[in-house]
Design a binder for this molecule. Structure first.
Ligand code: HEM
Ligand code: HEM
Length: 168
């Protein structure tokens, strides 16, 4: 196998793809069921559901991160400019950080609410952080999809290593 085919033949494992696409569905579900007003947390069942969902989301995210970092490698070809490799790293780590910050800040909101600190500077600050993390996540996912499409057009194997449709 020569160097060129070696660098475009990388593929993610089935489990890595399951984690990646499973998270896309889980995140979309999280957006669909989002809370529109803090008063909704007065419903004990909803508060409990939010907390369980956030804990499960965080646990799965940690499992995904550890699995990806210890067993998988980016498919970005070796000859890609350093600046592009760095940009990909920043976006990937950025997504992990924001995806962790959303449930983490959500759990603090739930905790403050449960402590009866339902109004005031502290809870509003944490809600602000929660909403900021959601906004940054949208931006990062946007960049990520544009970058993936750019690699698909370049036909360098990055797209097909993760995406099951419109294969090269
Ligand atoms: C909720 C939406 C998404 C999130 C949070 C996300 C996150 C990530 C992350 C963190 C990685 C790095 C590998 C890992 O640690 O799993 C990755 C890889 C990748 N994603 Fe996504 N992704 C999303 C949606 C998409 C979509 C819609 C596409 C394409 C249409 C896509 C295409 C890719 C490709 C091609 C890779 C491989 C990049 C490489 O080899 O370095 N992703 N994604
Ligand atoms: C993975 C877990 C979670 C996801 C994906 C998520 C997602 C969201 C989204 C998309 C928004 C709207 C942001 C915006 O409009 O800019 C939101 C707002 C909010 N979330 Fe979460 N959330 C999660 C966990 C939690 C938890 C555990 C709690 C509390 C128990 C919580 C409480 C709130 C509150 C109070 C708001 C603001 C509602 C308002 O506009 O007054 N979230 N969340």
């Amino acid at each position: 196998m020569n160097l060129k085919t070696e660098s475009i033949n990388k593929n993610f494992s089935s489990f890595a793809k399951l984690l990646h696409w499973g998270f896309v569905i889980l995140f979309l579900y999280g957006l669909l069921k989002q809370i529109d007003s803090i008063n909704q947390l007065e419903d004990d069942n909803l508060l409990m559901f939010e907390v369980i969902f956030a804990l499960a989301f965080l646990l799965l995210l940690i499992i995904r991160f550890v699995y990806m970092k210890t067993t998988q490698q980016s498919s970005i070809p070796d000859h890609t400019p350093k600046s592009q490799k760095l940009a990909a790293k920043i976006v990937h780590y950025g997504m992990y950080i924001c995806l962790a910050l959303i449930p983490f800040s959500g759990l603090i909101i739930g905790w403050l609410f449960w402590l009866d600190l339902k109004d005031g500077f502290l809870i509003n600050l944490v809600i602000g952080i929660h909403e900021f993390a959601v906004s940054i996540t949208y931006w990062l996912i946007g960049f990520h999809i544009v970058a993936a499409t750019y690699h698909r057009l370049k036909k360098d194997g990055v797209w097909s290593s993760m995406v099951p449709f419109w294969k090269e």
